[in-house]
Ligand binder design. Structure first.
Ligand code: MOS
Length: 740
């Protein structure tokens, strides 16, 4: 068995030796460089564009919205994002003009010789502005999307409550800060089509969008993934826009065009995590049972729909946490603002509900005088329990096990009690925890609509090649899928190859998002392997009888005698999964991964700096196909959550992000990383491949509330607005002193 083994990453050697070719490394004859003239105002209209006549415009190619052969619209959930501004400007950074030139410097020089004259309108910059609706940028109420989820009867629930605790919690933008910025190459093909290569998560998303923009059938477009240097959701939706720019320029310039964003450009215009504000009102009995929960999730969508309805709905579904409260009423609303559209970011709406839920839980526990661990144990969902959507969990419910394991390993109960005692030390210690889950795969019936496909191909060298559009972006998919496939086929992993995700070569597996790849693709590949094995063994017994023949020789012989063979299959949801999308009732996800994080912190009471000393993560992922890589995901995602908790503070001035570099947008680095105690729990999922569920996003969901709860244990101060910077902590401390 290769599954369960720490096989070294199959992409590792190429990456550390520099052989791997990222988008910036790909060379093509006659390739030009594309740049964008961007809107400098958040809301308004282009009055005119002036080209400086002193500049030699024959040396460059410029394109505006009239150069788009198809629809001026980037297809995502709705068709509302224009590729290039033709009338209204909805946010800073929107494309007004595209320019390509033989060298980037020349293209940038051209940009400086363009003057855009605007008619400026008052912008809507915050959710508060949007709610007032004095300025209307979407409909009458500026509402982009809304949804609700009801379980039981909250009015009855609150009547049963001995205490009611309320609170609101908020979080700002979070930037992906992948090391490799967005990049794309478009090249016209001989048949009038376009070939693209770039830093992407979802080749088929790009293909669909370019098809509509360029008015080309999808079979005239190929989209290939170059090696990707980090994505975290940021290369799910945005690359369709960049691919549109590059395609329009390539067509007009009649040559390949490459576009690589600079860091500042990337942080100012690409998608970010949705800022959110969440209100909780919770009814609880003296014995610790939560009897009613009222929740309102508000998100800032930015200027266009992009991914917002799915981010909001995933957030709402997770908003009542890993608890079995009988009466829940939750509402989600996303508002339009004149800021860059927010999109996919690891966790996809879920970190924005677990920070509120899990900090609120600690406050509720404190209110009734119960330790937070005991309080969570009482309310934690168990096998056979029901979540807020009415989904009954039949199997693979590791919540309680995660909770107990993390608590035991960290000596949580004793430390929590000890650290809560008042002292006058300059450096105070605290410990905090969070309990959380993440639904694997698309929400509701999503997976049955996509029917993600994959294939296995026989190769002349006697090996088997996996055909999937699911991409490697550092998470390890292109190691884990071969590992599992080797086991499904019963062959050595050296006999399994994986094709580059290229729409010309691989079927549409659906996007590489939503913690779906291992679970969904693993499942499809196991079906493919079953069919392939049967075909090969039938052939072998006919050809070789009872003789023992090497697998690779059977493959070679088959290809010689019978010709090419590729076996395809697609994903089907497990039977019995039912989801009512209108009322948010039923089985939102076929499986959930569970986690409990414990953080131990030191707070310096002079400077209010917080150091996370150690974190314990107990995560139930069903089955870790590659334990070292799974632990890497857990630790990396938790570190990203540490940044969200303590330092990532995206500042905006008049609709423009000013924290646009690594120098002023702080993310955690190695010295910020605490000591890790990572415990993988395997509550196997019967229909998951080898028992595996999704893992990629779970670690981003629980770190922030655990850290913030630890700060509260140390100081008595609950931070309710991320990030918990020293400045914010100091202010809250002063306020708490004044109240005494
Ligand atoms: Mo993701 S945040 O589902 O790419």
């Amino acid at each position: 068995m290769f599954s369960g083994q720490n096989i070294p990453r199959l992409d590792g050697v190429d990456k550390v030796t520099g052989r791997a070719r990222y988008t910036a490394d790909i060379e093509m004859a006659g390739m030009w460089h594309g740049v964008v003239v961007r809107s400098a105002i958040p809301h308004g209209r282009v009055e005119k564009i002036e080209f400086n006549s002193a500049f030699d415009w024959n040396r460059v190619v410029a394109a505006d919205s009239k150069d788009i052969p198809g629809k001026n619209c980037v297809a995502m959930i709705e068709m509302d994002v224009p590729l290039i501004v033709s009338e209204k400007i909805m946010h800073i950074g929107e494309a007004i003009l595209l320019i390509a030139a033989p060298a980037r410097e020349l293209a940038m020089d051209a940009v400086r010789n363009v003057k855009v004259v605007y008619e400026e309108w008052e912008p809507v910059l915050t959710v508060a502005d949007a709610k007032r609706a004095a300025i209307k940028i979407r409909g009458e109420d500026n509402i982009m999307s809304q949804c609700k989820m009801e379980k039981g009867d909250t009015a009855r629930g609150f009547k049963m409550a001995d205490h009611i605790v309320e609170g609101s919690y908020s979080m700002g933008h979070q930037e992906h800060m992948y090391l490799e910025t967005q990049g794309m190459i478009a090249a016209p093909s001989d048949d009038g089509g376009i070939n693209l290569a770039g830093s992407i998560q979802c080749p088929y998303y790009v293909s669909m969008a370019v098809s509509i923009l360029m008015d080309l059938p999808e079979d005239k477009i190929s989209v290939r993934q170059a090696v990707v240097g980090g994505a975290f959701g940021g290369k799910e939706d945005y690359p369709s826009i960049l691919a549109g720019y590059a395609s329009v320029l390539a067509k007009k310039a009649k040559r390949p065009v490459r576009m690589i964003y600079e860091r500042m450009e990337d942080t100012q215009v690409t998608t970010k995590r949705h800022p959110a504000k969440v209100y909780h009102r919770t009814g609880v009995k003296n014995d610790g049972t939560i009897v009613a929960m009222e929740i309102l999730v508000e998100m800032n969508a930015g200027a266009y729909v992009t991914m917002t309805p799915v981010v909001l709905s995933r957030g709402l579904i997770h908003s009542a946490g890993a608890y079995t409260c009988e009466n829940v009423s939750a509402r989600g609303i996303a508002y339009a603002t004149n800021t860059a559209p927010n999109g996919a970011f690891r966790g996809f709406g879920v970190p924005q509900v677990f920070f509120p839920m899990e900090v609120h839980v600690d406050r509720v526990a404190k209110e009734i005088g119960m330790p937070p661990l005991e309080f969570r144990r009482i309310n934690c969902v168990k096998k056979g329990g029901m979540l807020a959507t009415g989904q009954i969990l039949e199997e693979s419910v590791g919540a309680m096990k995660c909770l107990n394991e993390a608590a035991k390993r960290s000596s949580f109960a004793a430390k929590f009690k000890e650290y809560a005692k008042k002292n006058n030390h300059r450096v105070r210690r605290g410990i905090g925890m969070s309990l959380f889950m993440h639904g694997a795969g698309f929400t509701g019936s999503g997976e049955s609509k996509i029917k993600g496909k994959a294939g296995l191909r026989l190769d002349p060298d006697g090996r088997i090649t996996i055909l999937t559009a699911c991409t490697e972006m550092g998470q390890g998919a292109h190691t884990v899928l071969p590992q599992m496939t080797a086991d499904f086929l019963g062959v050595d992993i050296s006999l399994v190859n994986i094709e580059t995700p290229d729409t010309a070569l691989v079927p549409n597996s659906g996007p590489t998002v939503a913690s779906r790849t291992t679970m969904v693709m693993g499942n499809v590949l196991s079906k493919c392997a079953g069919t392939l094995k049967q075909k090969l063994s039938e052939y072998a017994s006919e050809k070789f009888g009872k003789r023992d023949v090497k697998f690779s020789d059977i493959v070679k012989s088959y290809l010689k005698e019978r010709g090419e063979l590729t076996v395809f299959d697609h994903y089907e949801l497990p039977p019995g999964i039912k989801w009512d999308d209108r009322n948010f009732r039923g089985d939102a996800y076929s499986a959930y991964a569970w986690g409990c994080d414990v953080a131990e912190v030191e707070v310096d009471m002079e400077t209010f700096e917080v150091r996370v000393v150690k974190m314990w993560m107990a995560h139930d992922v069903g089955r870790a196909v590659n334990p070292v890589m799974a632990a890497g995901q857990i630790e990396g995602g938790t570190l990203q959550a540490l940044g969200y908790a303590l330092m990532e503070n995206h500042k905006m001035e008049k609709g423009k992000f000013v924290t646009s570099r690594f120098q002023n947008y702080m993310i955690p680095t190695a010295p910020d990383a605490p000591e890790w105690d990572t415990k993988i729990i395997e509550e196997k999922l019967s229909f998951g491949p080898m028992g595996a569920k999704g893992l990629g996003e779970l670690p981003m969901d629980g770190g922030a509330p655990a850290i913030v709860n630890a700060i509260a244990n140390a100081t008595g101060i609950f931070v309710r607005d991320l990030p918990a910077t020293p400045e914010k902590l100091y202010e809250l401390f002063l306020m708490s002193q004044r109240q005494k």
